[in-house]
Design a binder for this molecule. Sequence first.
Ligand SMILES: [Zn+2]
Length: 81
Amino acid sequence: MPWCGSCDRYHAPSALAADRTCPVCGGPVDDGGSGDGADEKIAKAPAHTRIPWHFWVLIVAISIYLGWRLIQGLIALAGLF
Ligand SMILES: [Zn+2]
């Protein structure tokens, strides 16, 4: 979060002037090195992140379990009538 020392307040990164100075006093702001780093991390993140294999194992296990519970529920319902 960019910090302006002369205004004694934080500014949103999008609120900064185009030359990354304070929009209120025009002075330099202290990004603390995190502002640009965060932007770089977002830019470097791949657009499509690969889904881990154990996610699909979990999905298959949940599907089997819920399918079996559905069958049990239908059997129980059939027994009622
Ligand atoms: Zn300022």
